[in-house]
Design a binder for this molecule. Structure first.
Ligand code: KPL
Length: 300
């Protein structure tokens, strides 16, 4: 069997899950979507719309209990669902199998590693933009990049070559922790402020009051990055923020989208994780604490 024909299971059939399912299916892989235990299963058509094209693939969907043995598992749930998702299928991941966690925020990988130490675990980050138009029907709204890595693994494992061919603009990152901390730092600032003020990312630069809030929060976040050993992330934070805000000026952050949709937010794995690290290093982070409390309380 050529590697392109390998079988991927994807748990978390939201916009990002469908985007990756479509990419792997287009490359020729067999793709099975694992749905929630109470969902109707069977063959479903995954539709991905772009500006110019629309791609459709009939994929098998199963419940966790019916997923059979799993060699390659991609987890694309919300951060707060990662543990439960992995728990529902961990026993089915084969001895040589592996798991990629592709969710926003940090902290869940440690939880998974502690609960299932035998799993060969990779992490990823993606800046691909996609939103749901309906069940398994999405719009690919922004072309981004995807990075995959594993702590301490400088070069990519053999399976990665084919994954990289299937997924556009995807690379192996031998220092993924730095990329994860960069994204965490940016998300700690853009996400809660936009969620609380109900504004687009660009307003954080154009509205002086919000820009002041950004500066105060950045200062705290940078101090935690530095203490955690990510001095380059701390030093480059102002520039990175400026670039991300400019590049996503018209977008709503994922946290604002969650608030508007009445979903729980991922703040526990974003500012909540930062607060945990700050506490370990004895750093005072009152602005992050206040934002976390307000988002959790739903205060605008
Ligand atoms: O990652 C993002 C998010 O919304 O979660 C940013 C970079 C803030 C873009 O909106």
């Amino acid at each position: 069997m050529s590697d392109a024909k390998t079988h991927w299971h994807i748990i978390g059939a939201g916009a990002i899950g469908c985007l990756f399912a479509d990419a792997l299916a287009r490359y020729g892989c067999e793709v099975t979507l694992i749905l929630r235990p109470d969902s109707a299963t069977g063959e479903r058509t995954v539709i991905v719309e772009n500006d110019a094209t629309c791609s459709a693939h009939a994929l098998n969907t199963v419940s966790p209990k019916k997923s059979g043995s799993i060699e390659r598992l991609l987890v694309t749930t919300k951060a707060y669902d990662v543990q439960e998702a992995v728990a529902s299928v961990a026993a089915r991941v084969t001895q040589n199998g592996f798991v990629i966690l592709l969710a926003n925020g940090m902290g869940f990988a440690e939880q998974v590693k502690t609960a299932w130490p035998r799993l060969d675990l990779y992490c990823g980050i993606t800046t691909e933009g996609a939103y749901r138009l309906g069940p398994q029907h999405i719009r690919h709204a922004g072309f981004g990049e995807t990075r995959i890595g594993q702590s301490g693994m400088l070069s990519a494992p053999a399976w990665f070559t084919h994954f990289q061919h299937a997924v556009d603009n995807c690379s192996w990152d031998g220092a993924l922790q730095t990329a994860l901390w960069t994204k965490l730092a940016v998300n700690c600032i853009i996400n809660p402020i936009t969620a609380l003020h109900g504004c687009r990312n660009g307003d954080l630069a154009s509205n002086p009051r919000l820009a002041t809030e950004v500066a105060m929060l950045s200062d705290e976040v940078a101090r935690v990055c530095l203490a955690a050993g990510f001095s380059a992330v701390a030093a480059g934070l102002a520039k990175t923020l400026h670039e991300v805000i400019a590049a996503t000026a018209k977008n709503r952050s994922s946290m604002l989208e969650d608030v508007l949709a009445g979903r729980p937010t991922e703040i526990g794995y974003i500012n909540g994780y930062l607060l945990q690290v700050a506490h370990q290093h004895g750093i005072d982070t009152p602005h992050n604490r206040a934002l976390l409390d307000k988002v959790l309380a739903g205060i605008a």
